[in-house]
Design a protein around this ligand. Structure first.
Ligand code: SPV
Ligand code: MN
Length: 625
């Protein structure tokens, strides 16, 4: 490999050269050589993930001004630019060849055009700076889930985040042979402002080339755009899964505690900012993962493992009462990176919804901040961004499940799909069967937009399996993959639709934030055939008496009949409109819709119409007993 190293040997210290020289895979060298030559950094740091190099990267993030120390030991804060606070859907594109089968509704760019643009943008982009080369894996180590990855980045903040979020994989790369597959990520934050945020936001690019397992991310720092192994890797993994017959989902993995020490594992797909993290960290239950799940059929059973080992979670609304486990980590000297929250003069931080009063002033993603401050569009600036985040390792959470690193993953009994839906779905509902669930709960998922992506909030959007933003295969094929997966199992998981955001006519939420505990306990019992339910045209819903017991037992709350009726009333017109909207999308916008999608939608419509004939537009659940 000496020949390949030759051109950039002088950028490596003796130790870094040694680290790199131990790797025997030629593709790794070719990849590194190519991007070192294009980015032209001053020095190259080769990270193997040991304690000293984790310390080094943390120190570099502070020296470079991308992070600052906070009052609590091991806590730092990082800011992204004011206009770099979410995933940039507009400039995130799949790199394709002319004959690509991806849906034209996805954001695509022809390879030739992308390469031309990237060559210009990336030339000398890291000049005068250090780049970090990180060897990592997704999924537990030494397992059927393990996916080796290399990240090149010139941002020590990104490197630091990846050290918290992903497992070290240098040893996997030492074992690798020529031709072994690995994912590649190249990131440059580009020129920085004096606040150390990406300056050339107009040239922000995230280009994903699934055919070559490589993603480029430029002129951005926000984690969802820059941390390669997160949402960028998700796209590569979905494609790989489609080739190999397994699933990569935008899903949490959790264990719900049942009777006599039973633990029932569930996975759940929710769009960003729709309760995924708070579900995964529910008090008294167990977390395996909060964002992305690798799901495989192992001897006829569904097994899932967490892509990651850390959490890049939304901090808005985290408080000591509702989120005690996260709260504890955020207030202990575990390693935490806060991003885009308000920094106070004493080195503490504040975010929207934190315990205590809103401070009068501080420093945030907009610079010096004071109550009532407006941006240049006249919009009042919140003390922290709604999509502000924390990054830490899952192992520090009190409710971490012991199976996080289990190479066999966990056996999953239920899949949950949930969106932000103010007026259609009931709070919890079990699908009639696997196919009904995949199509009517998963593939029909809609959600009102949130601050997690740039753009307008509150607009209802189609988001199949909460995974639309990340689909690197045609939508129809992706649905078919999910359907086929179920058919390949001895016993497919049960499927649930949940909705934490149902409102009454006055726009008031019909449920408390913690009610989800009861829905999960009901799901746990259903998955083990320990509780009944009522069949409705949209699926099986809980019986009132069962919920009374569950609310009393788990939340010490009296559950009123009138609340049950309001929450579990079947809203026929809204459900019918939803079917119309979804059918239209699958008929008109999706090229390869499997026929059964249209059949399931039609069956659901028929069931709704015939029940409506008997009971009217708004069906009291007691009528269906
Ligand atoms: C999400 O938005 O779904 C996240 C954060 O988990 S991001 O990395 O931006 O995707
Ligand atoms: Mn996510």
């Amino acid at each position: 490999m000496e020949d390949l190293l030759f051109s950039f040997k002088d950028k490596l210290s003796k130790e870094n050269l040694e680290r790199l020289s131990k790797i025997k895979n030629r593709d790794v060298f070719l990849f590194i050589k190519k991007y070192v030559e294009i980015l032209n950094p001053k020095t190259i740091y080769v990270s193997i993930g040991d304690d000293s190099d984790r310390e080094y990267i943390k120190r570099r993030a502070i020296e470079e001004g991308e992070e600052e120390k906070l009052k609590i030991n091991n806590h730092t804060i990082h800011f992204d630019g004011y206009y770099d606070q979410g995933r940039d859907k507009k400039n995130t594109k799949f790199v394709v060849s002319v004959d690509s089968d991806l849906d034209p509704s996805l954001n695509l760019i022809l390879r030739e055009e992308a390469e031309k643009e990237l060559n210009i943008l990336m030339k000398d982009m890291s000049e005068g700076r250090e780049i970090y080369i990180l060897f990592k894996t997704l999924g537990p180590k030494n397992s059927i889930f393990t996916l080796p990855c290399i990240q090149i980045t010139d941002s020590p903040y990104v490197a630091h985040s990846e050290n918290l979020l992903y497992r070290d994989g240098y040893d996997d790369f030492l074992k690798m042979k020529d031709g072994d597959e690995f994912f590649r990520f190249v990131h440059s934050e580009g020129e920085l402002t004096e606040n150390k945020t990406s300056k050339n936001i107009e040239n922000r690019r995230v280009y994903i080339d699934v055919d070559n397992n490589i993603v480029y991310s430029l002129n951005t720092q926000y984690g969802g755009n820059s941390i390669g192994l997160k949402k960028l890797a998700l796209r590569l993994a979905i494609k790989k899964a489609s080739r190999e017959g397994w699933l990569t989902e935008h899903m949490l993995i959790m264990g719900v505690n049942g009777l006599n020490g039973r633990v029932t594992y569930l996975t759940g797909a929710f769009p960003s900012l729709c309760g995924k993290t708070s579900t995964a960290t529910l008090v008294g239950e167990r977390i395996v993962g909060d964002d992305i799940a690798l799901i495989k059929n192992v001897s006829g059973e569904v097994r899932a493992a967490n892509f990651e080992k850390g959490m890049f979670g939304i901090i808005m609304g985290i408080n000591s009462k509702d989120d005690p486990y996260i709260w504890e980590v955020l207030n202990s000297p575990y390693e935490v990176i806060f991003s885009n929250v308000l920094k106070l003069p004493d080195g503490s931080v504040y975010w929207i919804g934190k315990d205590g009063e809103v401070p009068e002033r501080g420093y945030n993603h907009s610079g010096e901040w004071f109550k009532g401050k407006k941006d240049k569009d006249g919009k009042e600036i919140d003390p922290s961004h709604k999509n502000a985040r924390f990054t830490f390792e899952l192992k520090n959470l009190k409710n971490i499940d012991p199976n996080l690193e289990n190479p066999d993953g966990v056996i999953v009994k239920g899949f949950i799909y949930g969106g932000r839906d103010s007026d259609t779905w009931v709070p919890v509902c079990e699908a009639l069967n696997y196919q009904h669930g995949i199509i009517i709960k998963g593939a029909s998922l809609e959600s009102e937009t949130t601050a997690a992506t740039l753009g307008k909030e509150g607009v209802r959007e189609f988001n199949p399996m909460a995974n639309l933003d990340f689909l690197s295969v045609p939508i129809g094929r992706y649905i078919q993959m999910n359907l086929d997966f179920g058919k390949s199992l001895k016993k497919p998981p049960k499927i649930y639709g949940v909705n934490y955001f149902l409102k009454d006519k006055d726009g008031k939420f019909l449920n408390d934030k913690l009610d989800k505990k009861v829905w999960l306990k009901w799901i746990e019992l259903r998955c083990n055939n320990d509780i009944g339910g009522i069949e409705t045209p949209v699926g099986i819903i809980p019986k009132y008496d069962d919920l009374v017991k569950l609310f009393k037992e788990h939340l010490n709350k009296e559950y009123k009949k009138e609340d049950y009726i309001k929450q579990f009333m079947i809203r026929v017109p809204e459900n019918l409109s939803k079917i119309d909207r979804i059918e239209k999308i699958y008929r008109e916008n999706v090229k390869d819709t499997p026929e059964v999608v249209l059949i399931e939608l039609e069956n659901e419509r028929k069931r709704l119409l015939s029940t409506k004939e008997k009971f009217g537009d708004y069906i009291n659940p007691f009528d269906l007993y």
